[in-house]
Design a protein around this ligand. Structure first.
Ligand code: GDP
Ligand code: GDP
Length: 438
């Protein structure tokens, strides 16, 4: 499971600058998807081979009693409680403030592992500026410069080291015929727990809690259509008697973690509500994670045909950036459409891990360029020579040739469509990379 780093600190200490630095490389992968809504508070980062999630909590005013600041403080406290590691950012140029002391007192009480990042430290004498921060009782400050990048890697490595080695994943992997790990995600009240109960229904259910060091995960194993599934922690789902219910408040961090842990994701939307920013943000997280995706538009029962047409058009327009996924119009309440939904979930994961042999890829590429040549750029015309698979889950197709830096986005999309169709890659993001060899 990817660990979660939560950035905490008073306003203006450089949290969002640090967040941007930590998540920058991943941004490039999804930057060109039109319509994708990004949430600039949650992102993916990586140092060396170690991936992590990072959360920027905005400004933290721990004493705020009401209004928006109070709400922010509440959300920050929730994020701290769900963090694997807290990075407490302070400002070396400003010096220690009363607010820093309040925040550190809260952090010590939370019991979360915490690192102190002394930001804006570039060009300063570390021994001098760090002295007063020892008083916070959070150990040796880590000098960093979020704008210049100094010390940032060491900070994150130390943060991840605090967590020790991740537990080895000894379950049989879905690729080897084991249970398919599915995350059912969506904002509150769209019908996730109703859907889980309908799916799991009369089938044999094994639910178990996995007590972890930092969080408890609930897993539900069930069988349907001859296939084994495991529902991974579903953001606050708990068992009440025979059925499951969402009893906790919505948690973005838990949603992100369950997406990361899954082989395939079902995004649940409510046909009776407008698509909200929250829906679009969750959709954005899924795209960014690269997971196989199937969309379930729930509560389709009892809607009149006119409303159905309108809802369909609205959803497909607003979620255009999810057009790689299959959309299912279902009712968790009556169970209608759920079999087809789960077949698509399987197909999406198969597509995500598909083997794409070089000869077929290259033949498809050559056919595509013959039917439609890439447009000229000035006097040069890009020459696409061959393709190979550079990765799976999600598939990455690497194209080799000349002047590939001049292939326009529209042509990349054309190729993506051709590859998708030829290799039946519905339900998985597909990444295409142009290798500029000469
Ligand atoms: P936040 O409110 O904590 O998210 O802070 P921001 O990231 O918005 O940064 C506040 C200000 O500090 C901005 O003007 C940044 O350019 C500046 N800043 C951030 N990191 C550094 C740094 O490492 N060195 C210096 N000198 N300034 C920084
Ligand atoms: P969750 O917060 O996403 O887990 O949502 P719930 O499963 O608790 O459902 C929220 C509300 O929507 C409940 O009142 C459900 O009975 C209702 N609901 C869920 N699925 C459907 C459906 O397919 N059709 C209709 N009409 N109502 C539904």
């Amino acid at each position: 499971m990817k660990p979660t780093l939560v950035l905490v600190g008073r306003p203006n200490v450089g949290k969002s600058t640090l967040f941007n630095r930590l998540t920058r490389t991943r941004d490039a992968l999804v930057a060109d998807i039109p319509g994708l809504t990004r949430d600039r508070h949650y992102g993916h980062g990586k140092v060396g081979e170690r991936p992590f999630l990072v959360v920027d909590t905005g400004g933290f005013e721990p004493q705020a009693k009401d209004g928006i600041l109070h709400e922010m403080a509440r959300q920050t406290e929730q994020a701290i409680a769900e963090a694997d590691v807290v990075v407490f950012v302070v400002d070396a140029r400003h010096g220690l403030s009363a607010q820093d002391k309040e925040i550190s007192a809260k952090l010590r009480r939370s019991g979360r592992p915490t690192l102190l990042a002394l930001n804006k430290a570039e060009g300063l004498n570390f021994a001098v500026v760090s002295a007063e921060f020892h008083e916070l009782g959070l150990g040796e400050p880590h000098p960093i410069s979020a704008t210049h990048g100094e010390g940032v890697r060491a900070l994150v490595e130390d943060a991840l080291d605090l967590l020790g080695e991740p537990a080895p994943d000894d379950e049989e992997d879905a690729t080897a015929g084991g249970a398919l790990k599915v995350a059912i995600v969506g904002r509150p009240n769209v019908g996730k727990s109703t859907m889980i109960n309908a799916l799991v229904g009369e089938e044999r259910v094994i639910a178990f809690d996995l007590p972890g060091t930092t969080r408890d995960a609930i897993h539900i194993d069930f069988e349907r259509g001859g296939r084994q599934y495991r529902l991974t922690d579903t953001a606050g789902l708990r068992r009440r008697g025979k059925v499951f219910e969402t009893i906790e408040k919505f948690s973005v961090i838990k949603t992100l973690q369950s997406i990361e842990e899954a082989n395939a994701v079902v995004l649940v939307l409510d046909a009776r509500q407008e698509i909200s920013d929250q829906d679009a943000h969750i959709a954005g997280f899924i795209v960014e994670s690269g997971r196989a995706l199937t969309v379930a538009i729930n509560k389709w029962d009892g809607l009149d045909p006119y409303v159905r047409e309108r809802v369909k058009a609205d959803i497909e327009r607003k979620l255009k950036f999810l057009d790689f996924a299959k959309f299912h119009y279902v009712s968790a309440l009556t169970g209608s459409g759920l079999d087809a939904l789960m077949r698509s979930v399987d197909a999406a994961f198969k597509a995500a891990i598909a083997n794409l042999p070089t000869p077929q890829l290259t033949r498809t590429l050559i056919d595509a360029t013959t039917r439609q040549t890439p447009p000229r750029h000035g006097v040069t015309r890009p020459k696409l020579r061959y393709a190979h698979q550079g990765g799976r889950n999600p598939p990455l197709i690497v194209i080799h040739g000349n002047s590939l830096e001049h292939v326009p986005e529209s042509y990349r999309r054309y190729l993506e469509g051709v590859f998708r169709e030829t290799f039946r890659l519905q339900g998985t993001p597909l990444r295409i990379q142009f290798n500029v060899s000469a």
